[in-house]
Design a protein around this ligand. Structure first.
Ligand code: ZN
Ligand code: ZN
Length: 53
């Protein structure tokens, strides 16, 4: 896969960063840095706080 960031030689990842409540992981097994800034796709997983009021 090639994207504009690839062409610009920017350090980034094509995987999806999954931000959990207690951990962060990436769908790309070759991911070397779990930095949200390197990922175009970042999803939050886990329970969303529900307001009872
Ligand atoms: Zn790219
Ligand atoms: Zn990644």
């Amino acid at each position: 896969m090639t994207c504009s960031e690839c062409l610009a030689h920017v350090s980034h990842c094509h995987g999806t960063l999954i931000v959990d409540l207690v951990a962060v992981e990436c769908t790309d097994a070759d991911c070397v840095d779990l930095d949200p800034a390197r990922h175009a796709l970042v999803v939050a997983r886990g329970r969303v706080p529900v307001s009872t009021r």
